[in-house]
Design a protein around this ligand. Sequence first.
Ligand code: CA
Ligand code: CA
Ligand code: CA
Length: 189
Amino acid sequence: MLTALQQKKQTHLFKLIDIDNNGLMEADDWVAIGQRLTTERGIQKGQQEYDRIQQAVQGIWKDLSPFIGAKQADKATPEEWSKFIEEKVISVDDATYAGYVNKVVKGIFTILDVNRNGAIDAWEYILFMKCMGVKDGPAHDAFTVLDNNGNGVLDEEELIKGVEEFFKSDDWHSKGNSLFGPLPEFYHF
Ligand SMILES: [Ca+2]
Ligand SMILES: [Ca+2]
Ligand SMILES: [Ca+2]
């Protein structure tokens, strides 16, 4: 079983990704995230950058979906998602975890790093979070928490650490809890 905190984080993430709000995570949700990203950046269909972003976003789902073991191929219920996180992300050895989670992190990094300077600036993070339905204020606060060394950017190491804490940590004080914006119950102040 996931702990109460781990479950809260996954419920939060699932809802963010389920863009069409039909209670299932599926390829179309990831396509929609990609479309929001390109729209926000003023990138048109047919441009090379459009395809690059769509490939990166859809690539995340392609990398994950075979491991989810959903009853319906290519669609995951919240329960299937939580089970996947528990069995294939939290309870696996470090090598297995690194094998695909770090690959996913690299995908996320590619998507977030708009100006490709090898670091995630606050505006890049806030833009991404906006596409997931998180408002600027909470997104900015989350960025500040995730920027562990306080230098104003997230590097790949900080992102990898944030991802690990988001998925695995059972400590309410872990900075990575805020990876996808503050959890709803945290954002009262
Ligand atoms: Ca959906
Ligand atoms: Ca950047
Ligand atoms: Ca930093």
